[in-house]
Ligand binder design. Structure first.
Ligand SMILES: [Zn+2]
Length: 470
């Protein structure tokens, strides 16, 4: 394919030719016989974006679920309307937050929906709320875990069991992959801590069937190994999930980090709170660090902790959109003295800590453009500013999604013989940077194939038009 007159990221406005899954030439190029042409009209051409932290199965499931949290659902009345859906079979709610109607109970949900079995997932992904019809079904399942309370309908950390109990098949990723492609995404890092060879095989099948059209880095358990991964999947870090109210044994964590490092595998540790971060930094200092070790979220980080992270040569994978999506709740739940420590960005870069970003979908939006916009504005949905000093430039914000997923210290570029994973915007960069939230993607190329093409310009018409002009 010939992409004509494209403003190449960090380069000049030129033509780009792709052959197979590679960029074959950049410069002033003549169209070859029968070569398809994409007229870029001077719009920005970027390396394909990469979501460095996503949960694919849960996001795909959430796309088929009822949204039960802010900003769509903000109070008990709105939740009642959301759940009062007729139909048959399970009704699955997601993204619930207790600011809507407190910690839900079986009886509460029964009042809104008693015909269908209902399960509502808390935004954290760790808690479920069931109605009586749901509990009646689950009661008959084998190996009922301690985390489920049949009286209140509340359940904590029962996901693995629930999956088996509902014998839910892993979802088809086609719709999610399309959504990601429409945002310009050509790669994802799937980072659920439970990822094992079963998930690797499932993702391999999704790639083979053409449902998943993004490169995939698979983080997860220690027993994942390079040799056993299907084609199209690269091995990511060992994912460790910590929770401050129930921290694991310190020596155990040090041992697991060391075990990963012995396999030349970095670790990615979930740290949303300051306690989790302090614990993790101590464990990493004890085990020693490996290039590529990363902190996921770094939701609260003091200057002293950022200094430690820099000294340990750690990388941070942040969610800049949480300031927009959750900022108004943070302002109520977190003491004002800590607001400036929330999801910091510029301070990490300033301290020499490499920074990348991921959606954490389904717990955040998959749209990187609104996330970049939040990284620059630091504004909540209601317009409040959080941590103004942490604001990034539009170029810095975009760079969070252009990092090499296997070496987050490096920003990928468009180069001859590099991958033909490309994202063409609907405007030049000078216009895009003025309002990132308004940016639309015109076309996305994955492995040299057009996986997203904005419908207002049918490719056939565009190509014949190009011929006429040539
Ligand atoms: Zn996550």
């Amino acid at each position: 394919m010939l992409i004509r007159n494209a403003e190449i990221w960090r380069g000049a406005t030129q033509d780009v030719r792709t052959v197979g899954n590679r960029v074959a030439a950049i410069g002033k190029l003549q169209r070859e016989t029968d070569e398809p042409v994409l007229e870029a009209d001077g719009c920005a051409l970027l390396p394909g974006l990469h979501d460095h932290h996503i949960h694919l199965a849960a996001t795909s499931a959430a796309m088929q679920s009822v949204d039960c949290g802010p900003p769509h659902v903000n109070n008990a009345g709105e939740l009642a309307i959301a759940l009062a859906q007729t139909g048959t079979g399970w009704l699955r709610g997601t993204a619930y937050h207790e600011s809507v109607a407190g910690v839900l109970t079986r009886k509460q949900i029964d009042a809104w929906q008693c015909d269908r079995p209902v399960r509502v997932q808390h935004r954290s992904g760790r808690m479920w709320f069931f109605n009586s019809a749901a509990l009646a079904l689950l009661r008959d399942c084998p190996d009922i875990p301690a985390g489920i309370d049949f009286d209140t309908g509340q359940a904590f950390e029962i996901d693995d069991w629930l999956r088996g109990a509902l014998s839910s098949r892993p979802p088809d990723l086609r719709a999610l992959s399309r959504t990601l492609a429409a945002h310009g995404m050509t790669g994802v890092t799937e980072i659920s801590p439970s990822n094992s060879h079963a998930e690797a095989q499932w993702l391999g099948r999704e790639i083979e069937q053409g449902n998943l059209r993004q490169h995939c880095v698979l983080a997860g358990r220690l027993d994942l190994s390079d040799r056993m991964l299907p084609r199209g999947i690269a091995l990511g870090p060992l994912k460790l999930h910590l929770h401050e109210h129930q921290l694991p044994d310190f020596e155990l964590v040090v041992d697991r980090i060391s075990a990963a490092h012995r396999l030349a595998r970095p670790v990615a540790v979930h740290c949303t709170t300051e306690v989790e971060l302090v614990f993790t930094l101590a464990a990493l200092a004890e085990a020693g660090t490996l290039a590529g070790d990363r902190i996921e979220h770094a939701g609260i980080a003091s200057d002293a902790l950022i200094e430690q992270m820099a000294a340990l040569r750690l990388i941070v994978v942040s969610q800049p959109h949480f300031i927009a999506e959750r900022g108004d709740q943070y302002r109520e739940a977190i003491p004002p003295s800590e607001h400036s420590l929330l999801y910091r960005l510029r301070s990490f870069i300033g301290a020499g800590v490499p920074l990348a970003a991921g959606s954490d979908a389904p717990y955040g939006s998959t749209n990187p453009w609104t996330a970049m916009s939040a990284a620059c504005s630091r504004r909540t949905r209601n317009g409040h500013m959080i941590g103004a000093k942490e604001a990034l430039s539009p170029e810095q914000a975009l760079s969070l999604y252009l990092r090499d997923p296997l070496n987050l210290t490096v920003e990928r570029q468009i180069a001859v013989s590099g991958p033909a994973d490309l994202c063409l915007l609907d405007r030049p960069w000078a216009a895009a940077r003025a309002d990132l939230s308004a940016v639309a993607v015109r076309a996305t190329l994955f492995d040299g194939s057009l996986v997203y093409d904005r419908v207002d310009q049918p490719p056939v018409q565009r190509r014949s038009g190009a011929d006429a002009a040539a």
